[in-house]
Design a protein around this ligand. Structure first.
Ligand code: AMP
Ligand code: GLY
Length: 424
């Protein structure tokens, strides 16, 4: 087969992982990224169109004559990039804007789940300041206050302090006109990424993110400070329930829509102590950093799988996985997640480990190449060190071996990635 050109939209560690996976695919002849980062430029060609410039991205895909566009972040999907590409007859891995509403509107996602009987916490919509007090009375603490906006996990307040919950409700009411108050779900979180189209779906190995900034899950929420896969909390029995109670009804619902959902459905799960899964959230894309530990576990041709999903042919595709474990540790800038410092030089990031079945290397995220060719920090999450190995212990250890050798002034990382799995 003559390889195709692929354009990846986005510029984080997830997109670097996609670029590596696609560049290793026999089906892919050239990898383009827009805007990309220093990592994607090492395995392909970067372009300067921003991931929010929908018209510019369609023009770029047409100009490059690519056979596939893979969309990393949610924003361009919510804005309708997928349908614009389909109008231009370019296959797109990533759903149309109607499908992307599952992430774009928490209220929409909750209504879909409730209508399909998918397990998720109860919720109420607060629309009036007079409803604030009775609403707080209606739920037990801790309270979960969720704005109905795209906020990368930052639109959520989880608190046992009534005053804080009340403040969050009133502030959101003022800015947005309504806000969700959700039942608090307890247990262990996990992420399940599913490649889906109208013909079928492929469930990728479950992973676990570490959302809080500090060791022991302390401090503010972040985009994710590290991940590992497969996550043992998702036992075969839990996965069977996830498939039956969540994936099957969602697939049935999405395949019966007028326009098919073609891309990744990310199910954010809470698994309680009985092994019962509930949905915390849906995303309409691969997770970051979940992608960094999931994509390297795919042994078969990634380009063919993503193209099959984009063309509605997933049911005809076989995906194979390595029998290995993966871990990734995120290195964040000083001040992340609130006010990350940028523009600082990074050294030691190009180290690699290749020892038998153990490998470790860096996925770059908020990192750009400076004028003198040096690597500079350019965002909150700068890079993540990823280890792949026969055991999770070795995967984690090799990630830390790489990250310990990296220097970036003021940077920080969690030292306990994988602790839940390792202490089982
Ligand atoms: P979201 O923006 O919906 O992804 O929420 C961000 C994070 O807030 C989740 O990963 C959870 O850690 C926490 N969270 C959100 N909703 C709930 C809930 N109903 N119960 C417990 N934790 C939640
Ligand atoms: N790591 C969480 C997310 O990608 O939403």
């Amino acid at each position: 087969m003559v390889g195709m050109g692929v354009l990846i939209i986005g510029g984080g560690g997830r997109e670097h992982a996609l670029a590596i996976g696609l560049s290793q695919s026999d089906s892919v002849a050239s990898v383009h990224s827009s805007p990309g980062n220093a990592g994607t430029s090492m395995v392909g060609t970067n372009h300067e169109v921003s991931s929010t410039d929908i018209g510019g991205l369609v023009d770029l895909a047409v100009k490059l004559d690519v056979g596939l566009v893979v969309v990393g972040p949610e924003a361009p999907l919510v804005e309708g990039l997928a349908e614009r590409l389909r109008d231009a007859s370019i296959p797109c891995f990533g759903p149309h804007s109607g499908g992307a509403k599952l992430e774009g509107s928490k209220l929409h996602a909750k209504r879909v789940m409730k209508s399909l009987g998918i397990p998720t916490g109860d919720f109420i919509v607060v629309e009036n300041p007079r409803e604030v007090e009775p609403s707080l009375d209606a739920f037990e603490p801790p309270w979960v206050v969720k704005r109905d906006i795209l906020a990368g996990g930052k639109g959520v307040t989880v608190t046992s302090m009534r005053g804080v919950a009340e403040g969050a409700l009133r502030k959101s009411l003022e800015s947005d006109g309504f806000v969700l108050l959700e039942e608090h779900l307890s247990g262990e979180e996990a992420s399940v990424l599913i490649m889906m189209d109208e013909s079928g779906y492929i469930i990728l190995p479950a992973s676990q993110d570490h959302k809080r900034v500090g060791d022991g899950d302390i401090g503010p929420n972040t985009g994710g400070m590290g991940a590992y896969a497969p996550a043992p909390v998702v036992t075969p029995a839990v996965m069977r329930r996830v498939t039956e109670e969540i994936v099957e009804p969602m697939h049935h619902h999405l395949r019966s829509e007028d326009t098919p959902y073609r891309g990744c459905l990310y199910v954010g799960l809470m698994i309680d102590h009985n092994g019962s899964p509930s949905v915390v959230e849906f995303n309409v894309r691969l997770g970051d950093p979940e992608a960094q530990v999931t994509i390297p576990l795919i042994a078969s041709d990634l380009g063919l799988t993503l193209l099959a999903a984009a063309e509605g042919l997933l049911a005809e595709t076989e995906v194979e996985f390595h029998n290995l474990k993966a871990a990734t540790v995120v290195l964040a800038s000083e001040g992340y997640p609130n006010t990350p410092a940028t523009g600082r030089p990074i050294s030691g990031w190009d180290a690699r480990i290749e020892e038998g079945q153990v490998s470790a290397f860096v996925h770059l995220s908020g990192a750009i190449t400076g004028e003198d060719g040096e690597l500079l920090s350019n965002g909150g999450r700068v890079l993540s060190a990823t280890g792949i190995a026969p055991t999770l212990e070795e995967a984690v250890e090799s990630s830390y071996q790489i990250i310990d050798g990296i220097e970036l002034d003021g940077s920080h990382y969690r030292s306990d990635i994988g602790y839940r799995a390792l202490s089982r």
